[in-house]
Design a protein around this ligand. Structure first.
Ligand code: ZN
Length: 553
């Protein structure tokens, strides 16, 4: 039920203030929505605002239902480093990466003993069993609690559950205190070290194993997808007309297909039923991150038949999932958004009236930059001098250099980057630290302000570099990896943000909001007390009428 105060305000606003709520409904006013007992947060990985705008007229399943709620078609992942781990870290913490500490999928600790110096965002690198390639998964790097963590701290009976196609998405949405957590790992769903798989996960894994074991033919092509089947070459990779056939034991083909989302949603629905989520003494949290749109986007880009099939299947699978939640007979509220957007393969952008999109110059890869720095300073070029996770973002200079030489190497690296025609902005760590935190509308922020929100004093690189618009940071496309995201440009920052709950009237608001607004919005729905200043975002009134979903505490 609504809290007394807002119910009172609602009655007073009605011309005949003595009418009961039942009479108000008879008079044509919708009944007040109930307080949700279950929050369901869904992230569709790489489902940017442009994909949503392009496909939303075709949705008939779960996405059709959700877009009848409060729709913000242009929400912002406001920061510069638009990768999966930072993006997911904003969704349920309500803070930007500069505060969550999750500045990238990977960063570098040049003091680490391991040769590659690389640290994975959800890794416990202090665990001797962990390596950057096979990390021991942990939420230890996340400097703040998630909404599920806060709910459990306030209401010990709350359950916090997360399911995803990726470990980093499950952990960043779920946080530090998870009653159940699963992510896809190679040939089945896995959980944290030391946890045994529950019956639902074992059943899901058995079902997937049986299906993938015998393989499956290509998926049917919806009539409206056929027109997109035009083959494009990205390097040696042909794409545009794929249908996701899976060979016997083709677990990687399964992963890069709509079937991964179907399995993730099936496991989430199983857990909701078995754990009786929403039926306990306190509200529960279920986070679901669906990774297939991202894998399909990386492999095949956005504008071919493959993405069309993926989004049609996702819409249908979400419809089945919501119907299964309905069957639990609990009041639940859903938020659906994305961790970042993305850009199509430059080769197809070129054909579709967007000449100028291009692939990054391999001279911007860390190894090549290290050689340029060494040549400029007359240093031996054989030892690794510059570390980094690709041809953009954070670069780290080796600690093996004497301090004065290292300072010169950082200056040289920044100069080399600034002189490169594909680089829009390069800042040293000191320069970035001095940029004030931005305020106001995220669509107006400068590149350096966007970069500031991806800055962490311990984890950021010695130099941070942002590429020009439409420079795709994959120098050489290969199978499974032709297109990507990660830039500070709006095609990577803008994501849809949808809130839905039975009984809440919908509306659409095209003005920009932020994904850090999600946690305060959901906290208000369940009247969760949160200390002032805990969030970077603000509560969005998702009723958009006389009732205000934010003023209910
Ligand atoms: Zn992602």
């Amino acid at each position: 039920m609504l809290p007394i105060r807002s119910r009172f305000a609602r009655l007073m606003a009605f011309p005949l203030a003595m009418l009961s709520l039942g009479q108000a409904a008879l008079a044509g006013e919708a009944p007040a929505p109930a307080d949700p007992k279950l929050l369901v947060a869904i992230s569709v990985d790489q489902f940017g605002a442009d994909l949503f705008a392009q496909y939303r007229p075709h949705f008939t399943g779960g996405l059709a239902r959700l877009q009848q709620g409060a729709v913000y078609p242009s929400a912002y992942q406001s920061h510069a480093a638009t990768e999966t781990c930072p993006g997911h870290s904003t969704l349920l913490t309500g803070v930007h990466p500069a505060r969550s500490g999750i500045i990238a999928n990977n960063w570098y600790d040049v003091t680490l003993a391991r040769a590659d110096k690389r640290v994975y965002c959800v890794e416990d690198e202090a665990n001797p069993d962990s390596s950057s390639k096979q990390p021991v998964v942990s939420a230890g790097h996340l400097r703040v609690p998630t909404l599920g963590d806060r709910m459990k701290a306030t209401w010990p009976q709350s359950r916090n559950v997360a399911v995803s196609g990726k470990d980093r998405a499950a952990i960043m949405m779920g946080g530090h205190r998870l009653d159940a957590v699963y992510w896809w790992q190679g040939r089945g769903f896995a959980s944290l070290a030391g946890r045994t798989l529950e019956a639902d996960a074992l059943a899901e894994n058995a079902a997937v194993l049986a299906a993938v074991g015998k393989g499956s033919p290509g998926l049917p092509v919806p009539a409206w997808c056929g027109a997109r089947a035009r083959v494009v070459k990205a390097g040696d990779v042909g794409l545009g007309n794929g249908r996701f056939a899976v060979d016997a034991d083709g677990f990687d083909q399964f992963r890069v297909s709509p079937r991964l989302d179907e399995a993730t949603l099936d496991l989430a629905a199983r857990l909701a039923g078995t754990m009786q989520l929403g039926k306990g003494a306190a509200p529960d949290m279920l986070s679901v991150s669906l990774s297939a749109t991202d894998y399909v986007g990386h492999a095949f880009g956005h504008e071919g038949q493959e993405m069309c099939i993926q989004l049609a299947r996702l819409d249908a699978a979400l419809g089945v999932f919501l119907t299964r939640l309905d069957a639990l007979k609990v009041d639940y509220a859903v938020v659906l958004t994305a961790d970042h957007g993305g850009l199509d393969v430059p080769e197809r952008l070129d054909q579709q009236g967007m000449p100028g999109a291009t692939r990054v110059d391999p001279a911007l890869l860390p190894g090549a930059l290290g050689k340029q720095v060494a040549a400029r300073l007359g240093l031996p070029g054989d030892a690794p001098l510059v570390y980094g996770d690709g041809a953009f973002g954070d670069y780290y200079v080796s600690r093996d250099l004497p301090a004065d030489v290292r300072a010169k190497a950082i200056t040289a690296l920044a100069d080399i980057l600034r002189a490169h025609p594909q680089v829009a902005l390069a800042l040293t760590k000191d320069e970035l630290a001095r940029v004030p935190l931005p305020a106001g509308s995220p669509q107006d922020w400068s590149l350096r302000e966007r970069a500031r929100l991806s800055y962490d004093p311990e984890r950021s690189g010695d130099v941070v570099s942002l590429l020009n618009r439409a420079v795709v940071p994959i120098a050489t496309p290969g199978p499974g990896y032709t297109a990507t995201h990660g830039s500070p440009w709006d095609y990577d920052r803008r994501v849809p943000l949808l809130f839905w709950q039975k009984g809440r009237a919908g509306f659409e608001q095209p003005a920009p909001v932020e994904t850090v607004d999600i946690a305060p919005t959901l906290a208000a729905l369940i009247h969760l007390p949160v200390p002032a200043g805990a969030f970077d975002g603000r509560c969005l009134d998702i009723d958009g009428g006389e009732v205000n979903s934010c003023s209910g505490k």
